[in-house]
Design a protein around this ligand. Structure first.
Ligand code: ADP
Ligand code: MG
Length: 291
């Protein structure tokens, strides 16, 4: 089933001579459970595409359909709820809440939505991301790479149906990059998540189900890498599935929580408390901070 579709999607910024066609007629169809990489040079429209897919901003023209529903027909409130319940964003600029600890940042989306945290799952994510000793720190006390890992943990812990990740490994060393990719794949498979990941890293893109090349706001290539290795990269996958991360491993009652997690992720609605200045200057990301 197609979960994400765009038809003649256009996003123009500005007018006249200074107009920028960030997206200029994008037709895209992504199946449920697919892990797609989006690659392209800086300024090619990758982040804009991700923002449009996640309903962070309205398009200039065309449509985005999520599970068959045209999201631009939703009003702002409905769009906010859609994002909270369906989408896990991993922003390039992290969007962490500076006055909350790492742990509080990670669980905030769940808590705002009144959902209990799957502590076993959270522990495993935190372990893989190497954040065990940072849980009591404030984001400002962490390096860029560590903050990025917190943002990844926050997006994963809600088990959203769709993960939209903007250069999630951009600030990570190669070992952590591989582990993060392994983690995304593992949780993606276990929760049947659809993942769209922007990356500059061609080698990383080749490990996804599909590689979409974008240039000047248009898709110029869309292919499946020759073969996808059956086993992920060394060190990226635990020998056995993560405890608590398979619905069938769940404690009584929590199976439903896991299923609900896919439909009802709090998403980055939590970010409304983020008083941090927007680093990207993107109106879309700034909007999400307020959402
Ligand atoms: N809020 C905005 N206002 C004006 N121009 C923008 C805005 N966001 C992006 N752009 C422009 O749209 C184009 C695509 O940007 P973006 O999607 O961020 O590219 P990428 O993520 O591939 O680097 C660029 O030329 C960028 O300058
Ligand atoms: Mg970008």
């Amino acid at each position: 089933m197609k979960i994400l579709e765009t038809r003649d999607l256009r996003k123009y910024y500005g007018h006249g001579d200074t107009q920028v066609k960030a997206l200029d007629g994008v037709n895209l169809s992504i199946g449920e459970g697919e892990f797609a990489a989006v690659v392209g040079t800086s300024g090619s429209g990758k982040s804009t595409l991700l923002h449009m897919l996640g309903g962070l901003d309205y398009a200039t023209g065309g449509s985005v359909m999520v599970a068959g529903k045209k999201i631009f027909e939703l009003n702002e409130n409905e769009l906010t709820i859609f994002r909270r319940r369906q989408i896990g964003f991993i922003f390039q600029s992290y969007n962490l809440v500076p006055i909350l600890s790492v742990y509080e940042n990670i669980v905030l989306p769940m808590e705002l939505d009144g959902r209990s945290v799957d502590e076993t799952f959270l522990k495993e994510i935190v372990r893989i991301l190497g954040l065990e000793n940072k849980l009591d720190n404030l984001p400002g006390q962490l390096s860029g790479g560590q903050q990025q890992r917190v943002a990844i943990a926050r997006a994963l812990v809600t088990k959203p149906a769709i993960i939209l990740a903007d250069e999630p490994t951009g600030n990570l060393d190669s070992r952590t990059t591989q582990e993060v990719l392994g983690l995304l794949k593992l949780t993606g498979e276990q929760f049947h998540q659809t993942i769209v990941m922007i990356t500059h890293n061609e080698a990383l893109a080749q490990l996804c189900d599909r590689v979409i090349h974008i240039e000047d706001g248009r898709i110029v290539d869309d292919h499946m890498p020759g073969s996808r290795p059956e086993s992920p990269m060394p060190g990226s996958r635990p020998e056995s599935p993560m405890p608590g991360s398979r619905p069938e491993d769940a404690m009584p009652g929590s199976r439903q929580d896991a299923a609900a997690g896919q439909r009802d992720a709090a998403g980055q609605g939590a970010m409304k408390q983020n008083g941090m200045g927007e680093k990207t200057g993107s109106t879309a990301a700034a909007k999400e901070v307020r959402a």
